[in-house]
Design a protein around this ligand. Structure first.
Ligand code: ASP
Length: 331
């Protein structure tokens, strides 16, 4: 209780510092970047389901817990919800009827762990954390990831949910594969947090694009694409068409842009602009693509940007847990 009271007090002071400290000139802005009025902790996550995930993460952050524990706990809420059709075992299958899961996690020391194309496991994010903490490697895939999970005491869950079977059989009638923007057949929970010690971590987990080829891996388990954390700078995570995120090493790009002085908002916008340029240069139709980035920095500032309207994200900081519509490129 005492902790929480102190925390509220510190947060309120920090928030007041930010409000009264609005820079008037470029030089002041630079100064503020050097001596930031930090708002912490903060957790932000992709899509509307981020609200529920943030709630659990915040319980840890508000008690001076670690960002790493917060992000793992937060995304597990969504992984464990079998009604969620784009994350965890409730997710839509690949074109062979398998639900294959991708996840990764990264902490403030640049420890990383990842699993891809993992089947039958309820919480891939926790397997990713076990890869990070208990193996000499950073990524395990397919059967190897499953064997490792079982060896670590994770339960092998049976089959896929009934809805999945139904959807898949329906899909087989046309077998038309065309991931569309803002059609609810894919999404990712990406969550990034800064704890009260100013340390960052991130987690990212998904069942990927529905009816993908068996063995397809998206951006979400790839450190630097679907997630990146740098304790000196901040963190970023992504959702949307993974192939496009990988093409620009998306989240690493966002974090590097912040390192060069961009705000989280500017960094997300610039990364999306890169995707837009590349898509046009490749002669592809931008309308078919959706990618959204979210980012936070050491000041506790956040930002988000996406290719086209429809993406939202949840922010939990000292003002509460709020769902925000992301700004977008295709106006
Ligand atoms: N990024 C995920 C993937 O490509 C899907 C999504 O977030 O919509 O697998």
């Amino acid at each position: 209780m005492e902790n929480r009271r102190n925390f509220i007090k510190t947060s309120a002071l920090a928030a007041a510092a930010v409000l009264t400290n609005i820079p008037k000139t470029k030089a002041e802005e630079k100064q503020q970047q050097i001596k930031p009025a930090t708002v912490k902790p903060i957790v932000i996550s992709t899509w509307k389901f981020g609200i529920g995930a943030n709630e659990e993460a915040w319980k840890i952050l508000a008690n001076n817990g670690k960002a790493l524990d917060a992000v793992e706990t937060g995304v597990k809420v969504i992984e464990g919800n079998m009604n969620e059709r784009s994350v965890g075992l409730g997710g839509r299958p690949d074109r062979d009827g398998h639900v294959t899961l991708d996840a990764c996690i990264m902490d403030e020391f640049a420890n990383i762990g990842s699993v891809a194309c993992l089947e039958h496991i309820k919480h891939p994010i926790s397997v990713a954390r076990a890869v990070m903490e208990k193996t000499p490697h950073v990524m395990l895939v397919g059967d190897g990831a499953l064997q490792f999970a079982i060896s670590q005491g994770f339960t092998k869950e049976k089959g896929v949910v009934e809805e999945t079977q139904k959807d898949w059989k329906e899909w087989l009638k046309t077998s038309n594969y065309k991931p569309q923007a803002n059609i609810e057949n894919h999404d990712t929970i990406g969550m990034i947090a800064m704890d009260s010690n100013g340390n960052f971590s991130g987690a990212c987990t998904t069942s990927g694009l529905a009816y993908k080829m068996h063995g397809r891996v998206g951006d979400s388990p790839i450190i630097g694409a679907g997630l990146y954390v740098d304790n000196e700078v901040g963190a970023a995570t992504a959702t949307g068409h993974g192939e496009e995120v990988i093409r620009i090493a998306g989240c690493h790009s966002v974090v590097e842009l912040m390192r060069q002085g961009r705000t989280p908002q500017q960094a997300c916008e610039e990364a999306v602009a890169r995707i837009v340029r590349i898509t046009k240069n490749r002669g592809k139709n931008l309308k078919d693509i959706q990618v959204g980035f979210i980012a936070i920095n050491q000041n506790g500032q956040y930002g988000a940007y996406c290719v086209q309207s429809g993406f939202n994200f949840a922010v939990y900081n000292e003002v509460g847990n709020n769902l925000i519509n992301s700004d977008f490129y295709m106006k």
